[in-house]
Design a protein around this ligand. Structure first.
Ligand SMILES: C[S@@+](CC[C@H](N)C(=O)[O-])C[C@H]1O[C@@H](n2cnc3c(N)ncnc32)[C@H](O)[C@@H]1O
Length: 251
């Protein structure tokens, strides 16, 4: 298969849905999500359980970088990279890593045009951000490209079918003051749900991507989508009763 090493993004492309998370918005988000440390640790443990010593891990859209920092604390041998479109978040995340005394390579870039060669990472994780990407299949294809054969991706995000009661319970568990709590609930219900994917929509996107499919698990008011870069059988290649298998990437 021809290599697809780092593609160049078109000029003036808007890389995210909605407002840019820069300046005070990024700083507010960073302060507000700092309290979710238990949840972030549980995602870091999930990722860690999927990789071996010295693994090369990419966090797509890390925002303030809490998950990558927790991962680095779990095992200092990991080589962790975080790629985010927001300059402010990259600065905040670098500062968080410095303060925690861990090494993470946080850098600015677009998930749909990743600045990495093919077959670079053993594992990719992306939390609370997939719904923000305007070209989700392109992002999945980029994850596939930069992942090594046998590598896995974990995407955690809000489920479009999350109930109002579920959202209230989730936000209440974040222990915020009443004004932040009200603002976050309204943002979830009247903003984020509009962009969020249902589990079947995520399956469809994964099927259209080079991964060819994914496994979905429930995760509170969201889902975990697990994707793997492996040899698989694409439906378009099934002729008669004998499916044709091909090596991942040959599409
Ligand atoms: C809601 S925040 C989630 C941050 C973090 N993952 C978390 O769990 O708190 C969404 C993140 O997606 C980033 N983002 C949006 N579009 C992006 C793109 N095309 N490439 C890289 N990052 C992007 C934003 O800058 C922001 O950091």
């Amino acid at each position: 298969m021809a290599t697809q090493n780092p593609p160049t993004p078109p000029k003036n492309r808007k890389a995210y849905r909605g407002m840019a998370m820069e300046g005070f918005i990024a700083r507010w988000y960073s302060r507000n999500t700092q309290k979710n440390v238990e949840q972030v640790r549980s995602w870091a443990k999930l990722a860690s359980a999927s990789v071996g010593t010295g693994a090369s891990i990419l966090e797509v859209a890390p925002g303030p970088g809490y998950l990558s920092v927790e991962l680095a604390k779990l095992d200092g041998s990991y080589r962790i990279t975080g790629l985010d479109i927001s300059k402010t978040f990259v600065g905040i995340a670098q500062e968080k890593a410095r303060a925690a005394g861990v090494r993470v390579d946080f850098r600015e870039g677009d998930a749909a045009y990743m600045p990495f060669p093919d077959d670079t990472f053993d594992f990719i994780v992306c939390t609370s951000a997939f719904k923000n990407f305007p070209e989700p299949v392109r992002v999945l294809d980029e994850m596939f490209r930069v992942l090594k054969a046998g590598g896995k991706v974990l995407i955690v995000d809000l489920d479009k079918n999350a109930s109002d009661a579920g959202i209230d319970e989730y936000v209440d568990s974040m222990n915020q003051n009443w004004i932040n709590s009200l603002f976050v609930k309204l943002t979830f219900k009247h903003g984020l749900l509009k962009w969020a994917y249902s589990k079947s929509q995520i399956k469809d996107l994964a099927t259209k991507s080079r991964f060819g499919g994914c496994e979905i698990l429930d995760e509170g008011i969201g889902f975990e989508a697990w994707l793997e870069k492996r040899g698989h059988c694409h439906p378009s290649m099934i002729t008669g009763s004998e499916p044709t298998f091909y090596v991942a990437g040959d599409r």
